[in-house]
Design a binder for this molecule. Sequence first.
Ligand code: SAM
Length: 234
Amino acid sequence: MEGQHIQEMFHAIAPRYDFLNRLLSVKQDIKWRKALVEALRLPDNSRVLDIATGTGDVAIEVVRRKGRSVTVWGVDFALGMLQLGRKKIAGANLDANIRQAQGDAFYPPFKQGVFDAVTCAFGIRNISDKKKVLKVFFDLLKPGGQVLILELTLPKTGFMKYLYLIYFRRVLPVIGKMISKVSEAYSYLPQSVLHFPPRAAFCSLLRDAGFEDVSCKPLTVGICTLFSGVKPEK
Ligand SMILES: C[S@@+](CC[C@H](N)C(=O)[O-])C[C@H]1O[C@@H](n2cnc3c(N)ncnc32)[C@H](O)[C@@H]1O
């Protein structure tokens, strides 16, 4: 699927996005984002860039957990998602700490080497040139900065994988279509996850982009994985 099509799709499902996330993941998505934020090691007065920020859940969680000295910039190309995020940020009284920019993950409007961490939750599977975008993340980080990426993946074990694929291919698209009223969005979701590289291959992409201390942590029997890496000090 092309970038513009993906952008329009997320703009269209935005009003139902959070509700469907909680429903289809049985609220596991909240736990997964918390795991990402817990893994962040931030100095005081740090800057975090949240790519594919969507409705702002990661950005909000970062400031809630890491404190008001942190500033988060959220970038996303779907206006509908950002608008909902803005309301949630205002509702949580976090306007001073969370800023948004509408834009493409390949061209975030920032100088190189200014962020202490780059995060991306459930966004990277929508980006076809992963190698290129990981290099963009690398360049935006300060030396010693962290990249943390959450993505939906397939369970490791055979029986869980079998059950999950039934749910994923047959149940999820039907519920997603019924509630979002956007027919393609929730059939695209399983396709995009099935095409996501295996964990080891994605870790290799992170290393190829220049990151060290690369690791991956499967969450909830492996239906989600937290990938991390560090930009070398020198
Ligand atoms: C599944 S949502 C994830 C949103 C949020 N990070 C979360 O945890 O709920 C994926 C988001 O990625 C955004 N996205 C996908 N490709 C993008 C790109 N190339 N540039 C900017 N945003 C992108 C979409 O607009 C969408 O808001």
